[in-house]
Design a protein around this ligand. Structure first.
Ligand SMILES: Nc1nc2c(ncn2[C@@H]2O[C@H](COP(=O)(O)OP(=O)(O)OP(=O)(O)O)[C@@H](O)[C@H]2O)c(=O)[nH]1
Ligand SMILES: [Mg+2]
Length: 436
């Protein structure tokens, strides 16, 4: 499969100043010679040339050459910087196809970098995460991943597990070597406890960080007319939701996204919660309850000038969730710790509070942390195996213990892609952009 030469347009396919068409594989240098004025190739240089189709000039270009071993894919690679019209870029791509290239699949360049041993799978994850990063925190964590943060993170756990597994195996294979250290359950158990704690901490941090990276799913709730929609509008700095002094104005969920310094909120403004016989409002309140169930954070808004039993009931109902109480209408009456006036766009006590509350989670951006769903899912499988081993250790034979530990260890290998599973690898790279 790696014997063929692949090509793709690596830049976005729309009109722009420059486009890049890439080739990777053993024929790259020969093919470029056929379609340009290049006669000899000096790796790691850029030359000025023309792309020609049957003698006819198609474009004036800059061509970069990367020799196998040092290139992105570790294969011979060529990058053509051409003029960025969609038409010309496609002409060049078609010319490469006509001269022996195959069109690359999405992510195939990075897949080759992985298969040729230049990067591990966690680093490949990070390259994709960087391309898809939507804020600075996401970009920062992806860059850490590209520098090998995942390997650094799980290496201590893998190292210890490998040592213990191999010692148990020696005990099994060579029972006659009595001077070998005997890995009794009393020795293995404390290790297991430590590993379980390590895996749990990694998962916990990764999940807290995921919320910071992707945004907190936040619902704004409260009685009718307390100023929920006014708060949404103040946070978004635009009049997205309708605001009136009629109780029950909002019926549908109104969504918006906002970044407050470093925290991103995926906001939903909801219908005011109250007993009602009105059919449309009732449906709105049902939707509100569903949104509350799925939220990471609940902002419960009160009208500080008018707090009654219904407010207290809502406070009681959501006190065990991640709920913050916001006292609105501070221009009429000051309330508790977080006192705002949504109508006057005076909401700094809320935004300051949120940034302070998530400060510790934000600092996770400077730590080595599991970066995405794939890695978290594999760490969870590893944790399950470790817990299972711990639960059964007093009843199981050494053979079974070592099998369970092996399985836990292999999940860690999979995070780095040291275990090659073709379908999994294909699935992963298919999420990449074409030309990467
Ligand atoms: N004085 C004062 N009035 C406010 C403030 N915030 C909102 N209001 C007023 O309160 C009324 C209700 O505001 P909304 O934002 O529509 O309230 P809501 O909670 O979304 O109401 P429903 O959608 O009906 O549940 C409007 O007349 C707002 O102008 C505030 O900070 N101070
Ligand atoms: Mg409203």
């Amino acid at each position: 499969m790696l014997n063929d030469t692949i090509c793709a347009i690596s830049t976005a396919l729309k009109d722009g100043a420059i486009s890049i068409v890439r080739m990777s594989g053993p024929e790259s240098f020969d093919i470029i010679k056929k379609i340009s004025e290049v006669k000899t190739i000096k790796p790691n240089t850029i030359v000025y040339s023309h792309i020609k189709d049957e003698g006819q000039i198609i474009d004036e270009v800059l061509i970069s050459f990367f020799a196998a071993g040092k290139s992105y894919t570790r294969e011979d690679m060529v990058e053509i910087n051409c003029h960025g019209g969609v038409f010309v870029t496609r002409l060049i791509l078609n010319l490469l196809l006509k001269n022996g290239c195959r069109l690359a699949e999405p992510g195939e360049f990075t897949k080759r970098a992985y298969l040729n041993g230049r990067i591990d799978l966690a680093r490949a994850d990070s390259i994709n995460d960087l391309i898809k990063a939507g804020n600075l925190v996401q970009a920062k964590s992806a860059i850490r991943g590209m520098s090998g943060s995942i390997e650094r993170l799980i290496e201590p756990l893998m190292g210890q597990m490998k040592d213990v597994i191999s010692m148990i195996e020696v005990n099994i294979d060579y029972p006659e070597y009595e001077d070998e250290r005997q890995m009794s359950n009393d020795i293995i158990k404390p290790y297991l406890q430590k590993w379980i704690a390590m895996a749990e901490e990694m998962i916990d941090k990764a999940e807290r960080f995921r919320v910071i990276k992707d945004g907190l799913d936040t619902v704004i709730i409260g009685k009718p007319n307390v100023g929920k929609s006014s708060l949404l509008n103040a946070l978004l700095e635009k009049d997205k939701a309708i605001v009136t002094d009629i109780a029950g104005t909002t019926r549908d969920l109104v969504e918006g996204k906002v970044s407050l310094k470093n925290i991103t909120l995926n906001l939903i403004d909801t219908a005011g919660i109250r007993e009602t016989k009105e059919e449309i409002e009732k449906i709105g309140i049902e939707k509100t309850i569903e949104a509350i169930d799925q939220a990471d954070l609940i902002i419960l808004v009160l009208d500080a000038s008018n707090i009654d039993e219904e407010d207290k009931e809502l406070m009681e109902r959501y006190k065990d969730r991640n709920t913050i109480i916001v006292y609105n209408k501070s221009d009429l009456q000051k309330g508790g710790e977080i006192s705002i006036s949504a109508r006057n766009k005076d909401i700094s006590s809320l935004t300051d509070y949120l940034n302070e509350r998530y400060k510790d989670d934000l600092s996770l951006a400077d730590e080595d942390i599991l970066n995405n769903e794939r890695q978290i899912a594999l760490m969870k499988l590893c944790l399950e195996d470790l817990k299972q081993t711990y639960r059964h250790i007093d009843y199981d034979t050494t053979d079974i213990i070592v099998t369970d530990l092996d399985s836990a260890y292999h999940h860690l290998c999979e995070i780095l892609g040291k275990e090659y599973q073709e379908d999994l690898i294909d699935h992963m790279f298919r999420n990449f952009c074409l030309g990467k």
